[in-house]
Design a protein around this ligand. Structure first.
Ligand SMILES: *Cc1c(COP(=O)(O)O)cnc(C)c1O
Length: 358
């Protein structure tokens, strides 16, 4: 039996991927020109599916890039001249901050220890901030920011543009896009697709700021918001895009819509509940994130007591269950379990049954 991947990206493929891939090969989709009507129709179909899945407000546009990492950089280039503010509580949120520093922005930060989230009361965004960056789900530590808290920041701090990294939370996270200005993800996490595509959701307010900065400074070249939007209006891209992933994403999003996003969310919560309940009662494992409201339903991090984490990982691997190692310095002591939509309730059940007797 093929192993099941509970790794937080690349992750288990969504169950319908293989069928869609074969259909695309049969139809020779990957040889068609990206300037053809067939590609424009595909982009439009992807756009319609993603709009429905995320309940996007009318003014949002959807752009494709090579990765989420690229969107960190392009968003800073297109939307800021000087002042940025970053909520940092793990490795991915820190990388967004690093990109701002590399670009010479005056980047300010509120930093919390690894494994902790933010309380609204402690967040003070300085006046003059152009972009506030939030990582909705910290894949490194298993901490999430409840979407209600993200929405509340808009009324507390109406001035800055709000950017949400939802790479390992989408499509589970029920973000209200009218309360933020842009969000993004890459497809090898919650969408269960091969890596190599970033998806950038951008509102009108961002485009206005980008238009003001365009011409005053380098705004990110061919993948600037201005350039992407210019092409987007014809469902085109500035360069040859990852048609393979765009095709698969289009079809997987439609499969998710057919299943129902509410069902996907309920299943995600039920599966997460089962794993956290086990971690709490187990003598060998414990949930790493203490604050329950900040425990991620999509990337669950467990501390391993008494044994090296590597031993647990290889024990599970021998049974065809592949879990992720702890991030960076936490490699020895933690495991990470991705609970994305591609993983079924039965598979989570198998994992918990296999962890119990260790
Ligand atoms: C994986 C990840 C990224 C980076 O995605 P790439 O596709 O590798 O660029 C960014 N943010 C978060 C939260 C992630 O989990």
């Amino acid at each position: 039996m093929a192993p099941v991947y509970f790794t937080p990206g690349p992750a288990q493929l969504y169950p319908t991927v293989a069928g869609h891939l074969q259909t695309a090969l049969d139809k020779q989709v990957f040889s068609q020109s990206h300037r053809s009507q067939a590609f424009k129709d595909l982009y439009q179909r992807a756009d319609e599916g993603l709009r429905a899945l995320f309940q996007l407000p009318q003014d949002y546009a959807i752009y494709f890039t090579g990765s989420a990492t690229e969107i960190w950089e392009r968003s800073l280039q297109s939307l800021t001249a000087q002042h940025t503010f970053h909520l940092v509580n793990g490795s991915f949120s820190k990388k967004y901050l690093d990109h701002a520093k590399w670009l010479g922005r005056q980047a300010q930060v509120l930093q919390k220890p690894f494994g902790q989230g933010f309380s609204l009361a402690e967040i003070q965004v300085p006046t003059g901030t152009e972009l506030l960056t939030i990582t909705q789900n910290e894949t490194s530590s298993g901490v999430c920011m409840p979407v209600g808290d993200i929405h509340a920041l808009r009324s507390l701090f109406p001035e800055p543009l709000v950017s949400v990294d939802m790479v390992s939370g989408a499509p589970y996270a029920a973000l209200d896009f009218s309360q933020v200005d842009m969000a993004f993800f890459s497809v090898q996490k919650g969408f269960g697709l091969p890596a190599g595509l970033g998806v950038w959701l951008v509102n009108e307010r961002c485009r206005e700021v980008a238009a003001t900065l365009e011409g005053q400074q380098y705004t990110g070249g061919h993948y600037s918001i201005a350039s992407l939007h210019d092409q987007y209006q014809q469902f085109q891209t500035p360069c040859t895009p990852n048609v393979l992933d765009i095709y698969l994403l289009t079809h997987v999003v439609e499969d998710m819509l057919a299943k129902g996003i509410d069902t996907i969310r309920q299943e995600t919560e039920a599966k997460a509940q089962q794993v956290y309940a086990f971690l709490e009662e187990s003598a060998l494992f414990a949930p790493f994130v203490q604050e329950k409201a900040h425990r991620s339903p999509t990337v669950l991090v467990a501390e391993v007591m008494e044994k090296p984490a590597a031993e647990v990982i290889s024990h599970l691997k021998a049974q065809g269950l592949v879990v992720g190692s702890g991030y960076g310095a936490f490699k020895e002591k933690q495991i990470r379990i991705a609970n994305f939509p591609a993983v079924t309730e039965q598979e989570i059940d198998r994992l918990v049954q296999a962890m119990r007797p260790i």
